[in-house]
Design a binder for this molecule. Sequence first.
Ligand code: HEC
Ligand code: HEC
Length: 286
Amino acid sequence: MKVFIRIVIFSILISMAYWGFSNYGIPQVIPELPPVEEQISGSMTMDQYIALGGKIFNGKGTCTLCHNPVGGRAPLLVESGKDGAPIGARAADRLKDPQYKGKAKTAEEYIHESMVDPSAFVVTGFGKPGTNDTVSPMPNINKGSIGLNEAEIGAVISYLQKSAGVQVTVKLPTGPAPVAAAAPAEPQSAKTAEEAFGKHGCTTCHKIPGIEEAGDVGPDLTGLSGRAGKTVKGLIPEQYVMQSILNPDAFTVKGFEPGTMPADLGEKMTAKELEMIVKYLLEKKG
Ligand code: HEC
Ligand code: HEC
């Protein structure tokens, strides 16, 4: 059903693109209200803290952009499977790995280090291409547009430990200041294209002209305006860019892995955000 709705929305968008979407305005892609912001006080319980960690993991932390069972571009963290036990449980084994040269002494410290200094230890086979697994493609999640603070990082670790069924070793933060800072969960609709790129994690994978933070998991989007109309026969630039975002598997750019770009962006962004993003990418020459 979800897929069906997406296809319907996609066809509407595509036909609107023909008419020039600024004339008609795009209907909200996301009809539901934004999630209610978490109210966090100093009297939060451990269960609430863990739940907040899950929310950050699946939301503003952007972790599931890469750590998901579909793309295969990052090791699974909450599921057990080909990468072994969930990270909460396998973290302790990483410390015993002869390749491990990081500073962590405990499983909790290992997960923390993986988040703030991803290249301290790179899981075999997941390094940036050509670096022989010495450089991680994962962004430092306490920097840039993700910018999690210590209280939020702790919440994510507690969630990862809880979902692995091991003892939660993270301490509940005390004092209202750091916990209060963890409160704004998901920002509402972005006001500018730049904000929308950060909110949806585009810059963790792409270089985008005019934006400093740049990932290289996906193609450099500099010069996209020049090639967008020539990439897929029959699609005008707006249609190609929209298709790339709403239905990334319809066409895979040469040299990149299919299934890496999240397929559910259309369900997460508002129509306004989509419109701003498409416009920006086609106007900025870089
Ligand atoms: C742009 C893609 C990307 C994003 C976003 C990302 N990661 Fe990663 N992560 C990776 C890759 C690739 C690896 C494997 C390479 C390495 O060891 O750094 C990894 C490794 C890890 C590891 C170590 C796994 C192990 O088996 O030892 C942890 C823990 C982790 N990530 C947590 C997170 C959390 C939590 C978030 C969100 C706050 C996140 N990551 C966001 C790509 C990403
Ligand atoms: C987890 C990494 C990841 C994230 C997050 C991501 N992308 Fe991508 N993107 C890719 C990869 C990999 C490709 C190339 C493979 C393909 O075509 O599907 C790609 C392809 C594209 C293309 C086609 C590029 C070309 O040269 O033709 C566009 C446009 C694009 N992405 C825009 C976006 C936008 C806008 C966002 C945020 C709303 C975004 N991407 C988020 C990984 C990502």
